[in-house]
Design a binder for this molecule. Structure first.
Ligand code: AMP
Ligand code: ZN
Length: 665
């Protein structure tokens, strides 16, 4: 019995939906990342070759790729109402009184956290996702389906049976950890960090390129189902069933029998929310019985059966002792407020960000002022205002520094930049250390045996003042350093030596050219193939490259013109650092097939069977002689044995041609 292509496709889709659900929603991995990727690739390939079997909800649709120029406006089938707010127990008791005027008998309330992100309305029919629309003005929103599909925790196909046709509403959020990571990466290439997770989440929904959305670690937390079908009696059971169907419904859902129980829930989470991976700004309380909800209905703006309880924004007054200025790796200056320590949201706050000069002058923040500190969306607390009634009589307006606190160089501020910069790239200590730290980091030269603190020590000792100097370090120089054992000194030098194998694209990233991040470096390396060609490229040639804009091009031209940079690059070349795309990386060895198991069968045309096997191994794959569950691909030539063919089909192992294989490389 052999399976048809369609059956193969469906089998892979079903498996991938299942793995995805286990991995992302249940947080249990049932398959290795590699196996997952290779199944996904196999499916992608089959789908490409058989466009008739296209399915908008195939797991392959999650990787993104579609560009949306203008988001289509869609009218919501059911209006997305706002919520009334409450701020105290009295407010909640008033709300209960209004409810009791309509409803006789006992009322139960559900309590859920109010996640702070962007709301979304997603339609499902017959178990599959149909469309996802932003809230907009509540009556109509934007169709952002392609972007939403990239969110791994959102099911494209439901598990088991749920309602036939329904809308489900939720909040798209950016977990704090992912947000911090995104900002770290932006800072590493000299870009301004995003202000807060909420705006970044809602901005992500409207990105034109869904590939970009797929890179962001967005989550979709669901809190409301709207359906004509009356299968459930309560809001809580409806959500629990939605969770069983594969939706990420937060588990903090609680059913309260009284307003007192609601208050306990609020008080508990007001403390505990500091430990949550996402931001919340309150609790949403809903009447649990769906029949009672119907009876209560809506006002012009909000449901009568629900209310939001807003946590008090954590704000404290304290005195500003001093403003200090930090110099980043790229020379960006950040003013920092040093405060009289104050307890805020479970931690003691001593410092707060003042962002930039404009922020200080806008709020007229002065040393000695009593200021209000808030822990909002930002991870670092911020100053939101000044208590002018407490201003000391002799207070003087803050004058922003004009010279670098580390190296005295005169600061510059280019138009459109909110920040001041220290232009002394090669003489400013934190910039020197920062640039070398970036150079050795894992995604750059990945130098083992050398850490950030040692870099700073080496610089202070005068042993290095740029990344090229690393390659001239000797054992005699480093062994005498404090806390440096001979073994670790050797490891460090071995690590530096090993970095000579790092491919050009990573070297290019390691150089720390402003705005040249990992992806841009890859693009440039692929296009120009060598550092020399890149450094000789004109602005016009640079902007012609896909995705290279004016800003990046200008930065590269400035880097290349600089005599000191040219000298550094020349030195790196003499040490043997890879400054061009190696011939090997084009034809020979890669790790593209890392861990994949191939079975080769039949007669080939473009290469011999042995060449094919060598190509598999040279690129990190394994060749096996018999097909089993462990086989990832069968490369089939002419006259492949029928028994192998049958075995591969029955195990669902993708069968690829010689050309497919070449494409994989
Ligand atoms: P507001 O924007 O202040 O009127 O609050 C209403 C918004 O709260 C809704 O549009 C949702 O986006 C959001 N929200 C967050 N969590 C919940 C929840 N558990 N239940 C209902 N709405 C929620
Ligand atoms: Zn400086």
């Amino acid at each position: 019995m052999s399976t048809t292509i369609q059956e193969q496709i469906e089998k892979l889709r079903a498996e991938l939906h299942e793995y995805n659900y286990h991995y992302y929603t249940l947080d249990k991995s049932t398959i290795s990342d590699f196996e997952f990727d290779s199944k996904l690739k196999a499916l992608q390939q089959l789908e490409n070759e058989n466009p008739d079997f296209f399915d908008a909800n195939s797991p392959t649709q999650r990787v993104g790729g579609g560009i949306t120029k203008n988001f289509e406006t869609i009218v919501h089938k059911n209006r997305m109402y706002s919520l009334d707010n409450s701020y105290s127990k009295e407010d909640l008791l008033d709300w209960e009184t209004r409810i009791k005027k309509v409803i006789e008998g006992p009322v139960e309330y559900t309590c859920e956290l109010k996640y702070d992100g962007a709301s979304i309305n997603i339609t499902y029919e017959n178990g599959v996702l149909i469309k996802a629309v932003t809230r907009g003005d509540g009556f109509q929103g934007d169709n952002v389906t392609n972007n939403i599909k990239t969110i791994n925790t959102l099911p494209l196909k439901l598990q088991g049976s749920f309602l036939d046709s329904f809308e489900i509403r939720g909040e798209i959020v950016l977990p704090l950890q992912g947000f911090e990571q995104m900002n770290k990466e932006r800072l590493a290439v000299g870009e301004e960090p995003y202000a807060n997770p909420r705006n970044t989440a809602s901005g992500s929904l409207k990105l034109q390129d869904s590939l970009e959305v797929a890179k962001r670690p967005l989550e979709c937390l669901l809190y409301q189902v709207v359906a004509d079908q009356k299968l459930f009696e309560t809001h809580a059971t409806m959500l629990e069933n939605a969770r069983a169907a594969g939706f990420h419904v937060p588990t903090d859902l609680f059913v309260a029998k009284s307003i007192d129980e609601v208050i306990s829930f609020v008080e508990r989470w007001d403390m505990e929310r500091a430990n949550l991976p996402y931001e919340t700004d309150g609790v949403v309380i809903k009447v649990n019985s769906l029949r009672q909800q119907d009876e209560l209905g809506f006002t012009a703006k909000a449901p009568r059966w629900a209310i939001a309880y807003k946590f008090k924004t954590e704000q404290q007054a304290t005195v500003l002792n001093e403003i200090s200025y930090q110099v980043g790796r790229t020379g960006a200056i950040t003013p920092v407020a040093n405060l009289v320590p104050v307890a805020l949201g479970g931690t003691v706050v001593r410092r707060a960000s003042l962002h930039n000069a404009d922020q200080i002058s806008k709020l007229d923040i002065r040393i000695g002022d009593t200021v209000f500190v808030e822990k909002g969306g930002e991870i670092i607390p911020k100053i939101v205002g000044v208590d002018l009634t407490q201003r000391p009589v002799n207070s003087v307006p803050t004058v922003y520094i004009s010279n670098c606190p580390e190296c005295e160089a005169e600061l510059v501020r280019t138009e459109g930049d909110a920040k001041h910069f220290c232009p002394n790239e090669f003489g400013c200590p934190p910039q020197i250390t920062g640039r070398i730290q970036h150079f050795i980091s894992r995604k750059a030269m990945d130098i083992e045996g050398l850490g950030g603190e040692t870099v700073d020590l080496l610089r202070k000792e005068g042993l290095i003042s740029n990344y090229a100097d690393l390659y001239e370090l000797t054992l005699e120089q480093i062994i005498p350093l404090e806390r440096m054992a001979e073994k670790s000194a050797q490891n460090m030098l071995a690590g530096i030596q090993k970095s000579l194998e790092i491919p050009f694209e990573k070297v290019l990233f390691a150089l720390g050219i402003r705005f040249v991040g990992e992806t841009v470096a890859k693009k440039l390396a692929k296009h120009f193939k060598s550092m020399e060609a890149l450094m000789n490229a004109s602005f016009e040639e640079l902007v012609k490259v896909d995705e290279i804009g004016d800003r990046i091009a200008e930065s590269i031209v400035a880097f290349s013109k600089d005599a000191l940079n040219r000298d550094l690059v020349a030195r790196l070349r003499t040490y043997g650092v890879q400054l061009e795309v190696s011939a090997e990386s084009l034809v020979g060895k890669t790790e593209k097939l890392e861990g994949a198991v191939f079975v080769v069968s039949g007669v080939f045309h473009k290469m011999s069977r042995n060449e094919l096997k060598k190509a598999i191994e040279d690129n990190g794959g394994k060749v096996s002689s018999s097909i089993s569950k462990k086989t990832n691909y069968v490369v089939a030539g002419e006259n492949m044995g029928p028994s192998k063919l049958e075995k591969a089909s029955s195990l669902g192992v993708p069968i690829i041609s010689e050309d497919d294989f070449i494409k994989m490389l």
